[in-house]
Structures are given as structure tokens and as C-alpha cells.
Design a protein around this ligand. Structure first.
Ligand SMILES: [Mg+2]
Ligand SMILES: [Zn+2]
Length: 224
């Protein structure tokens, strides 16, 4: 299958207006804010940080977490149309998240009902608190510490589709993936990390911004 490009999007703070991992873990235990600040400063690697955040959530309250996600969830403007347009154009769309599968299921509905593919860590509720089965461990040349390695995901999708990767993100969890992508749309923390590293990106606020930029590029002949 030949496709002009593949879209990889972060979930928390990108597809959702608010980061649900932060919202949920800090709602259950406000002390987690300190951990979140350390992750954002890159003073704590993601894998250790996310492990600690979810360890503070007792497994028995799963239904409360799902209800909280559904109450808190707001989509970034333009997301639904963006998803529809990609589906109609048969552009592969991957939601790649360092969050956990039960959170995306609560927010988006079960994977089986959706066109967008999901690459996400698996939450285990069989112990006293939530444990994480990690997907996509870091491999060189990724510097490591990703949790779910978006750098590795981008490399695999580029090889699979033989097409440029468009990456949309907002946070520190996106940095290693963005570094490996062909075209990056960035906002918030990701923007400042990319500025510091002198890596080019296109700023966006809504998915309409992303869609418009992609349309213009396609009209002019999409190049990586
Ligand atoms: Mg994010
Ligand atoms: Zn990595």
C-alpha cells in the first residue's frame, strides 16, 4: 500500500485538551504533582516517573478512574474531523501514548470500534495498585528512558509504510519521537524542548491547523 504519509499523534494533551495521566494521578493523590514537575523538567525519566504515578493508584478503584476520565475529557478542537478526513483519504493514523490502555478505552471507546490504530502501554489491575506492561522498549539510537519509545515506533512505521512520518505532540514524552519524525507539529512543553535542541517544527493549537498545513503541503507535493 502506497501512502503519502503516516500520522502519529500523542494522546494526552494533544488529542485531549488536558493531560489525563496528570489529571487522574494528581486527582487521586495531589502529592503526585511533585513527580509530574520532575518529569516535565526531565529530572526524572518517564519510565520511572510513570511507574511511580500509577503505583499510587489502588487497583480496586478502576471504575472511579474510568468515570473520572469520562467526566474530565475534552477533545482538542478539530480532532474528530481530522480523524474522519484521514480515514476517508486512507492515511494511516496511529495514536501513540505513554498512558495506559484502559484510559484510552474509557476516553475513545474500545479499539475494535475505531479506525485509528493505538500503540499504548497495558495496565494491570491484578496487584494492589496499577502496574504497567511496557510496549516498545527503547533501542539505540534512542537515548533511553522513554517508557513507550516513540522513537522506535516512528522508525518502525516509517519502515513498514516506506512513507514520511508526520508527528503531532505536546510534551516531554514526545521529544524522542519528534526527533525521529519527518514533520513535527508541536505545542506546549514539546515546543520548548525542540527550541532548546534547535529542531524545526510547525506550531499548532487545533487539529484544524494540522489538517490545513497537511492539505497545503499535499497540494504542493508532499516531501519529507
Ligand atoms: Mg502529551
Ligand atoms: Zn526511547
Amino acid at each position: 500500500m502506497t501512502v503519502p504519509f503516516v500520522v502519529v499523534s500523542d494522546f494526552d494533551g494533544t488529542i485531549t485538551a488536558q493531560d489525563l495521566v496528570v489529571a487522574l494521578t494528581c486527582h487521586v493523590n495531589p502529592d503526585n504533582r511533585t513527580l509530574v514537575d520532575r518529569i516535565n523538567r526531565r529530572d526524572l525519566d518517564l519510565r520511572s516517573g510513570l511507574t511511580a504515578l500509577f503505583e499510587s493508584l489502588p487497583s480496586e478503584n478502576r471504575q472511579d478512574y474510568e468515570a473520572f476520565i469520562q467526566e474530565t475529557l475534552t477533545f482538542r478542537p478539530g480532532f474528530h474531523r481530522f480523524q474522519e478526513v484521514l480515514e476517508e483519504a486512507r492515511i494511516p493514523f496511529y495514536i501513540v501514548s505513554n498512558g495506559l490502555d484502559f484510559m484510552l478505552d474509557a476516553a475513545l471507546g474500545p479499539q475494535e470500534t475505531q479506525a485509528a490504530h493505538r500503540i499504548v502501554n497495558h495496565a494491570r489491575f491484578d496487584g494492589p495498585s496499577i502496574a504497567i506492561d511496557w510496549r516498545y522498549p527503547c533501542e539505540p539510537p534512542c537515548p533511553g528512558g522513554c517508557g513507550l519509545c516513540k522513537h522506535a515506533v516512528v522508525a518502525e512505521l516509517r519502515a513498514r509504510y516506506q512513507a514520511p512520518i508526520v508527528f503531532v505532540g505536546d510534551g516531554v514524552t514526545d521529544f524522542n519521537g519528534a526527533k525521529n519524525a519527518d514533520w513535527v507539529f508541536a505545542r506546549s512543553h514539546l515546543q520548548s524542548h525542540l527550541d532548546d535542541a534547535h529542531i524545526e517544527y510547525t506550531p499548532y493549537e487545533s487539529f484544524d491547523d494540522v489538517l490545513n498545513a497537511l492539505f497545503v503541503a499535499e497540494r504542493e507535493g508532499f516531501h519529507d
